[in-house]
Write a protein that binds this ligand. Structure first.
Ligand code: NAI
Length: 736
């Protein structure tokens, strides 16, 4: 059994402990080893009169049972005096339970100034005074536990208790802030809304119910919240009759009812009222940051023109769970005109530098081979997502402050002309339900004159709007692809400049999140972050440089997933793997393990000379091919014996230069074994990467595989121990 919760050595101050709930707390703390200050003014339920009797009786009761307690008869408004009693008697103060209270119930119209003030003085000001007096002591000792006592009247309102409910909810606000300010000093503050039989409730509740609402059924929660092992902080609980529940705020998705450069009108509020009040899809904000963060997101959307208020005609019927109307919706066509200026500005925005002479063609219009970077095509197509048109899609009711750019696909059918005007058509391809959010797929087809020049798919993730019972996948999705399970074939790095986002935004993404420090802070970032599409541009450049010699005509398609934010000034490291004409890549922040773009790839147009060596072509040139074929032949005779001994599948990546030129699999696990060209049909136990030349040296006994491994000439992935068995296979079965 878990050890009992003890309070030995702790000093607890309970206000209003002469009766009711406070008495139950005082007795329970004392019984578990705490030294208790029993504070009570000893007046009546309306706050009139005073007497030492109430506190004395409880102190006596505690002492009789062998506990430690002293009395305090001061009003809670004299907080310093009460805390001094604790310090004088026990030398410290660890726990404060703000419990003292009175009632002055009146209908609102009849509430006098005195009724109002007195209630506030005892409940709200009293809790403030006592807690403030204890606060510094708690901070110094780096420990404190505080309870505020609220009430269902405060949370929900109650007829005749305007003064009381106002003060009681005030205590929740006080507690919430103390929880934040105290956190770093290990001071926790929580609020309870109890229900218990006491003199306060005996006149309003029937006797049998009062019997079931013993103060003893509230005290255990208070003790747990005040124990040093309890991490709860800044929470609100309803408690009574042996039941405890936690409360939190809930918020609707809401609606943005304002557009950039347009007045906000009460009519727009009316038109969106159903949506504003629709609790079908809710979030549970937990901090001021959650609150302002949402507003900031809204501001940025409005600022970038990304909002269109619902038209009255369909406002009432739109909800986030009805996407049928949205799927297939065709947005109005739009035009993007550009000259070399915009293309160069984009290139500089994604890190092109004249430092590399081969990059000059992207930033100097006088270059004989001046070219637009292929990824510039995303900028030309993004108006559909950046402008307000998305908000006008019927059935698409999204909280724009929760929108993230999840993934991006771009396919180019021919290089972008150096200047031009593209006409784009966008439509909602599908809406997916991912549980924690929804994914909206926007397909954008862009035409130069009459010719389709590129296709973009924007995957927009809307946080918190999932769970509407929609499908989880779609054949419309352009899928990402996992990176190969081997060290990258090439790595390129580039340090983004501190002004990178400032430069990139000139290409049309004006979100202040990328430039304004205050704005970024409010959105929860230390400083402005780089645009995801800027990182995307860096990575695509790396692939183009490494594998296509900056030849834009070889760029066919790109797919990325945005995984983490990047800060301007960080060094981006693109890790690349060549698999035929597909270059898999992922982008990291150099020096960290953070992957900022994951499971991405670029598809290249094969060169006409077919110099691109893939697993299925040109391998006749490889010497290793003969060896693998021979291994296959021999296995046909003796395979079953080897399978018994080895029981593993080996995948070979034979490299030529920097590229994987062929893949072979030696399956010594199933049947009587076999060797075949290509990756393992199931999963490989060990993957071995070795050059064609080194492979030949190994099979000819000139190079010891273990030495090759330790010198880095042979790389092994997966179950490396198994590769020890390779020697046997290669020695016995690879003889030519
Ligand atoms: P109670 O009337 O039995 O206990 C309150 C105690 O506070 C009394 O002993 C009283 O003498 C003392 N007190 C009043 N003014 C004081 C002052 N200025 N300084 C020091 N002590 C003072 O009432 P009960 O029911 O035990 O209430 C305890 C707390 O729980 C109160 O804050 C009350 O508002 C709250 N509460 C109680 C509910 C219930 O169902 N009993 C419901 C919701 C809230």
């Amino acid at each position: 059994m878990a050890s009992p919760l003890r309070f030995d050595g702790r000093v607890v101050l309970v206000t209003g402990a002469g009766g009711g709930l406070g008495r139950a707390y005082a007795l329970a703390f004392a019984e578990r080893g705490a030294s208790v200050v029993v504070n009570d003014i000893g007046g009546d339920v309306k706050g009139d009169g005073k007497s030492s009797l109430a506190a004395d009786k409880v102190v006596e009761e505690i002492r009789r049972k062998g506990g430690k307690a002293v009395a305090s008869y001061d009003t809670v408004e004299a907080g310093e005096k009460i805390v001094k009693t604790a310090l004088d008697a026990f030398g410290r103060i660890d726990i404060v339970v703000n419990n003292a209270g009175i009632l002055r119930d009146r209908s609102f119209a009849r509430t006098s100034d005195e009724d109002w003030d007195l209630i506030h003085r005892v409940h709200l000001r009293g809790s403030f005074q006592v807690t403030r007096a204890a606060w510094d002591h708690m901070k110094k000792q780096n420990y404190g536990r505080i309870i505020m006592t609220s009430s269902a009247s405060g949370i929900y309102g109650n007829f005749g208790q305007a003064n009381y409910s106002a003060a009681k909810l005030g205590l929740l606000g006080l507690s919430n802030t103390l929880a934040i300010e105290g956190r770093k000093s290990n001071i926790h503050c929580n609020t309870i809304a109890p229900a218990a039989g006491s003199r306060m409730t005996e006149t309003v509740l029937p006797e049998d119910i009062l019997e079931g609402l013993k103060p003893d059924y509230v005290a255990p929660l208070v003790l747990w919240l005040c124990h040093e092992s309890c991490d709860e902080n800044g929470s609100l609980f309803e408690v009574g009759a042996g039941w405890i529940g936690k409360l939190r705020w809930q918020r609707t998705v809401g609606a943005i009812v304002r557009q950039r450069n347009q007045p906000m009108t009460p009519e727009a509020v009316r038109a969106n009222w159903a949506k504003i009040c629709d609790f079908d899809n809710t979030s549970t904000p937990q901090s001021v940051q959650d609150s302002t963060g949402s507003m900031i997101g809204v501001l940025s959307k409005i600022d970038s023109g990304g909002v269109s208020t619902n038209r009255t005609s369909h406002a009432a019927s739109t909800t986030t769970s009805v996407f049928d109307e949205a799927i297939g919706y065709q947005l109005p066509p739009f035009y993007s005109a550009y000259t070399e200026l915009e293309a160069i500005m984009y290139a500089l925005g994604v890190g092109v530098s004249v430092k590399d002479p081969k990059d000059l063609k992207f930033v100097y219009e006088g270059s004989s081979d001046f070219s637009c970077l292929p990824t510039f095509a995303v900028v030309l197509a993004q108006k559909s997502v950046m402008s307000g048109d998305l908000g006008a899609v019927p059935g698409l009711s999204i909280n724009l402050s929760k929108v993230l750019h999840g993934e991006q696909y771009l396919e180019l059918y021919k290089p972008l002309p150096r200047t031009g005007k593209l006409r784009s058509e966008a439509r909602v391809a599908d809406v997916l339900d991912k549980g924690s959010g929804s994914v909206i797929l926007i397909d954008v087809y862009s035409y130069y004159e009459k010719e389709l020049i590129c296709y973009n798919q924007f995957s927009i993730f809307v946080v918190g709007s999932g769970g509407f019972g929609g499908k989880q996948s779609s054949d419309k999705v352009k899928e990402t692809a996992a990176i190969p399970n081997r060290p990258p074939d090439a790595v390129l790095t580039d340090t983004s400049s501190h002004d990178q986002a400032a430069l990139y935004r000139l290409s049309g993404d004006w979100n202040p999140l990328h430039i304004d420090p205050d704005f970024a802070n409010l959105a929860g970032f230390d400083k402005p972050i780089l645009h995801g599409l800027c990182t995307f541009g860096f990575s695509a450049r790396h692939v183009l440089k490494q594998f296509a010699d900056n030849d834009v005509s070889r760029f066919k398609a790109i797919k990325v997933r945005f995984a983490k934010p990047v800060y301007p000034g960080q060094t981006l490291q693109t890790e690349m793997w060549k698999e035929g004409n597909r270059i898999h890549f992922q982008t990291k922040i150099q020096g960290s393990r953070d992957i900022v773009i994951s499971n991405a790839y670029v598809d290249l147009v094969p060169t006409s000379g077919a110099s691109d060596v893939s697993t299925t072509s040109e391998d006749g040139e490889l010497q290793s091919t003969l060896v693998f074929k021979e291994i296959g032949r021999r296995l046909k005779d003796v395979g079953h014996k080897v399978v018994k001994k080895v029981n593993a599948v080996f995948e070979w990546h034979i490299t030529k230069g920097r590229n994987v030129a062929a893949k072979w699999t030696i399956d010594l696990k199933s049947g009587s074994g076999e060797a075949y060209q290509g990756p393992a049909r199931g999963s490989a136990d060990t993957t071995i990467i070795i050059s064609d030349e080194d492979f030949m040296e190994v099979v000819q006994g000139k190079l010891d595989p273990q030495k090759a491994f330790f010198s880095g000439r042979l790389k092994a992935r997966g179950n490396i121990m198994l590769s020890q068995k390779l020697q046997m296979i290669l020695k016995d079965y690879a003889k030519l």
